[in-house]
Design a protein around this ligand. Sequence first.
Ligand code: PAF
Length: 279
Amino acid sequence: MKVFHTSQSLVEHLSKETRPIGMVPTMGALHLGHLSLIERALSENQTVLVSIFINPTQFDNKADLENYPINIETDLKKIEQLPGKIFVYTPKVKDVYGNLVASKSIDLGGLDQVMEGKKRSGHFQGVATVVVHFLKVFTPNHAYFGEKDFQQLRIIEHITQSLKLNTEIIGCPIIRERDGLAMSSRNNFLSSDQRKLASKIFKGLKFAKSNAKKESYNTLKKMVMDFFEKYDELNLDYFTIAHPKTLKEVDLKEPVDLGRGFIAAYLGKIRLIDNLDMS
Ligand code: PAF
């Protein structure tokens, strides 16, 4: 494992490496979900680049940015245990943005107009800005993203195609805790009571899936809302079933078993998201 703090030195070293190169962009606080992305990248590439960068432009909430977990030493120890050639990029904000820390205006094909994009203003422009920057500067052959951030994955696929970037985007399955909770750096903030309740998010999605063939979407929505009503401390932000490619919400009368179910919910101030194929 080699660690780089500037893109200039990293690009110099990468140019001497045999391809394919696989990239796993992260914001650190690595958990088994991230490690599974790195393992997949190692199995499909000669060299793997892991970026650890808390991207300021994708936070719509200052407190969220300030409280984002940082644990570079622990992250590096976790990466070091994986076998293979790994370059880690841990830049300062200036190395990525220069003096102008702002999102670019990138066409996201309307995929940012729903769900997380609607709730978190500017979030996906920030994500797109940093991902496009990384893909242009490091030109990896493959880049790996988890399906937990399903909307993010679709948006990154869209921009890679529309900007004709030479990187293949590879979506990887959600890694879950034993009780079904999707792994996330935000899970670290949950109290033990909140942590127990958090598993209901996936249970809610499974409940929706088990009824998706029987009920109309309209009825299913009400059923899922009732499911979450039982838990005072767990507040549903949205439950939506959307087309897995366009992310358009399915018609209320349509059969929903071909869509993908998406949930965002609050436990206190912690916001968690999850999704599940309804078929
Ligand atoms: O999913 C994340 O951790 C971030 O949104 C990403 C893709 C690393 C961009 O900052």
